[in-house]
Design a protein. Sequence first.
Length: 219
Amino acid sequence: MSDPAAASASTTSIATMTANGPSAPSPSPGGGDADLVIASKRGDREAFEELVRRTARLVYARAYLETGDVHRAEDLVQETFLTAWKKLDQLSDPAGFRSWLMSILHSVLIDSIRRASRKKRKRGGGGAGGGGDARDDEVMRVADPSPSPDESAQRNEERQRALTILRSLPREYQQVLMLRYLAGADYDTIARQLALSNGSLRGLLHRGLAMLRKQLESK
């Protein structure tokens, strides 16, 4: 499983990067994303930091899903939020912050791939780089980026297979699985992130894991 602390560490780093100049009084942390976006547009760093806290796991999970690499995912998360902070004035609909944020992540990822490709060409090289049960953990264990040395090659191959299958699942299953097993979010956090009831969340996780397990076993 990927490191659940990575998103939290990124949050701290982003807060440091945006800390320049005075900050206006923030809206209540219990307010909606749109209120926080509006305050952030006025230069309120605390409001933006609250947006980061609310969405960091989601962004990290997507970044890890796309890269399969903890350190690259952390770098992409930080670059995504820093870019978002700098370009907030370009967001016309505050209610669409999360979709806008994910589009920034996509652009950051593409730019990262292009930079890596340019570096490889210059070098003349190549290549790319609190719930659930034991069965669930067994299915998702391939998300662990730190296997012991003697298991490294096999575990890396299994992890990449699982990530490939996860990317192919319908979005509603993809999101809950990546938040739970890639970002390490608990049920309450996922339910808040995706506006789901506890029952709906558990149902999506159960069906998503079944789909993932079936495809893993068929290959």
